[in-house]
Design a protein around this ligand. Structure first.
Ligand SMILES: *[C@@H]1O[C@H](CO)[C@@H](O)[C@H](O)[C@H]1NC(C)=O
Ligand SMILES: *[C@@H]1O[C@H](CO)[C@@H](O)[C@H](O)[C@H]1NC(C)=O
Ligand SMILES: *[C@@H]1O[C@H](CO)[C@@H](O)[C@H](O)[C@H]1NC(C)=O
Ligand SMILES: *[C@@H]1O[C@H](CO)[C@@H](O)[C@H](O)[C@H]1NC(C)=O
Ligand SMILES: [Ca+2]
Ligand SMILES: [Ca+2]
Length: 568
């Protein structure tokens, strides 16, 4: 049927050419001149379609008798249903969007012998300059044409999902009526639950993030007979074409998702709520747009987890992680920055994707963890407070990066235990150790270098790892003593010290005497300190009036108190 109509049209065009210069003879049929043909023609008018078109109606002499342009709106009508003059019903068939035709219609296919009121005289040939703007059929549904498919698509839009997308909305003739880009933000909405026009509710289903499609819909699935109100650019009965790119997708029922997990082979401990975690991250939106990274600040992000210090999704995503673990945490907006978004980079209702790398974690209640890695067979003498110890160490962070090592200096590190010469965690880790023993120590920051760390060496709040080996141990004196007698104290102490027998002991006599006792093995000074400083201290203690000499009276007075404390 339709083919036949087109055949007739072609024939009539040939007839028109043949009759070109001949005197006007009555037309049998309509004549069509295509005055503009668009390059593409996705769809041409068929009988039964509904069309919107502009026209100018003229007499053969060019005199205009009617124009849709003058009325400011297209002429909207079904084709081939006798709602038009017969010639027009025929003339529109086969037309493409944006095609323009000059149609000549003989009176028998127009208003015939009657004419039309005052406007069309009897037996008039009519010329119509026609421009087709829209075509649809009552049977049409939504048409979807996907022209870009992302390589990865882990999820597709389903009913009741919430999406963020960009779009350009045009009429079928290409006229832009709306674009999300003019508002510089995505269009954000639920899908499939009536928040959108029906055509979009259907047209977005099954879409992947990153996908691009053209969604075309008839007015019944768009804005219907009346268009989108008076001040809008969408006329009544208009087909709509949306060019859509999907940027974001989640469902309000979603929790966080953990993917791409890379857990180190040895993982003896996993984070629990209340732990303090140091981690690196790259943050991006679902479409891959980067928004933030800890690396750009050259330091880890440090926080307590499970205590509300970070967005809810992160608080949850950082539970159960191991040191060294990597994972991707995908967080829906209600567990991130919600409908408001934050800053200039995180839009409202955005799903966030964090690639995290756990550097270390600890709990504020942690003690130094001590693992003995080598114990010599003979291990009787063990370190205690006051002992002077010499040890080697290799220090590193939990990620294995080295901080320092005594081997770099070619000598041991030497300290007096319990004298605050090293961080508390190290003091703990070196206790009850015997010479030759090796230990692996893990020291939490509150027993190490704290929140501040050591500039350019130890990051703030870092957990430290020490491998230590005790090389030498010199037993200290009982707590509070800097000198003790090994044997009985001489009853004649003052006289022995007063070498030149002038009844007073000068600093040099005192020093010589103590050194002599130490060398003879009769007394001991606390190890690990400068002996002369200890002896100076002892002397000033005895020299009550500070005149640089100890008299026998001063000496006796001090000796009476000595039971309570220290030295001679
Ligand atoms: C819409 O138009 C803008 C500007 O011309 C273009 O950048 C964009 O790719 C188009 N398509 C979509 C889906 O936004
Ligand atoms: C981070 O470190 C790199 C290389 O050391 C340096 O170029 C950059 O300026 C640093 N950035 C910041 C924010 O400190
Ligand atoms: C973050 O991105 C940088 C650069 O692409 C990469 O080297 C690093 O491994 C990433 N970190 C994580 C935790 O994914
Ligand atoms: C420290 O590292 C060096 C070199 O890797 C190694 O030879 C040494 O045994 C280590 N020391 C300790 C105490 O672990
Ligand atoms: Ca003297
Ligand atoms: Ca004195």
């Amino acid at each position: 049927m339709i083919k036949w109509v087109q055949g007739v049209l072609c024939l009539s065009v040939l007839v028109a050419f043949a009759a070109c210069n001949a005197p006007p003879v009555p037309l049998d049929d309509i004549l069509i001149e295509k005055t503009f043909e668009p390059e593409q023609c996705v769809r041409s008018v068929k009988v039964g379609d509904f069309v919107r078109y502009h026209y100018i109606g003229m007499f053969p002499d060019g005199k205009k008798f009617d124009s849709s342009y003058d009325r400011g709106s297209t002429y909207n009508v079904f084709v081939g249903k006798k709602q038009l003059i017969e010639g027009m019903d025929k003339a529109l068939v086969g037309m493409c969007i944006n095609e323009r035709r000059l149609v000549k219609i003989p009176p028998q296919l127009a208003y015939g012998k009657q004419g039309y009121g005052d406007i069309i005289p009897p037996d008039s040939i009519l010329h119509f300059d026609v421009l087709l703007l829209d075509v649809w059929n009552p049977e049409d549904g939504v048409q979807i044409n996907t022209y870009h498919t992302p390589s990865v698509c882990s999820r597709k839009v389903e009913v009741s999902d919430y999406v963020r997308y960009h779009y350009n909305g045009t009429l079928l003739d290409g006229t832009l009526f709306d674009s999300s880009h003019t508002r510089m933000r995505t269009y954000d909405t639920y899908v499939g639950i009536g928040w959108l026009i029906a055509g979009m509710d259907q047209g977005l289903l099954g879409m992947c993030v990153g996908e691009r499609r053209i969604v075309t819909m008839p007015p019944s699935l768009g804005y219907g007979e009346n268009g989108d109100g008076e001040c809008s650019d969408i006329p009544g009965q208009a087909s709509l074409v949306f060019d859509v790119v999907l940027l974001d997708l989640h469902n309000p029922r979603d929790g966080i998702t953990v993917t791409n997990q890379m857990v180190p082979e040895s993982c003896t401990r996993k984070t629990v709520a209340g732990d303090f975690v140091r981690y690196h991250y790259n943050g991006s939106l679902l479409d891959g747009t980067f928004f933030d990274s800890s690396y750009s600040r050259n330091r880890t992000y440090d926080t307590y987890v499970g205590r509300g210090y970070v967005i809810a999704g992160m608080d949850e995503g950082l539970i159960g992680v191991c040191v060294g673990e990597r994972r991707t945490i995908t967080i829906p907006p209600h567990l991130a920055y919600g409908e408001e978004g934050t800053g200039s980079k995180i839009p409202g209702s955005a799903v966030l994707v964090f690639d995290v790398h756990i550097i270390d974690f600890h709990n504020p209640s942690d003690n130094t963890a001590v693992v003995v890695t080598f114990k010599p067979e003979e291990c009787e003498k063990q370190t205690k407070k006051g002992d002077f110890v010499k040890y080697h160490y290799n220090a590193s962070l939990m990620d294995g990066s080295s901080i320092d090592s005594t081997y770099n200096y070619g000598k041991t590190y030497n300290i007096v235990l319990g004298a605050n010469q090293v961080v508390p965690g190290m003091e703990d880790g070196l206790m009850d150790m015997c010479v030759g023993e090796k230990r692996h120590l893990v020291i939490p920051p509150h027993l190490g270098y704290g929140e501040r760390g050591v500039t350019d060496e130890v990051p703030g709040s870092a957990v430290l790892v020490f491998d230590v080996e005790l090389v030498e141990l010199e037993e200290g004196l009982p707590e509070g003593y800097m000198f003790i007698w090994n044997d009985e104290v001489s009853p004649d102490l003052f006289a022995e010290m007063d070498k030149n027998q002038d009844k007073q002991v000068e600093a040099s006599e005192f020093t010589d005497y103590i050194i002599q006792q130490v060398n003879d093995g009769k007394g001991r000074l606390a190890p690990g300190f400068d002996p002369y400083r200890i002896i100076d201290n002892m002397f000033s203690n005895q020299d009550r009036n500070g005149d640089g000499k100890i008299t026998e009276a001063e000496f006796k007075l001090k000796a009476d108190e000595a039971a309570a404390h220290d030295e001679l």
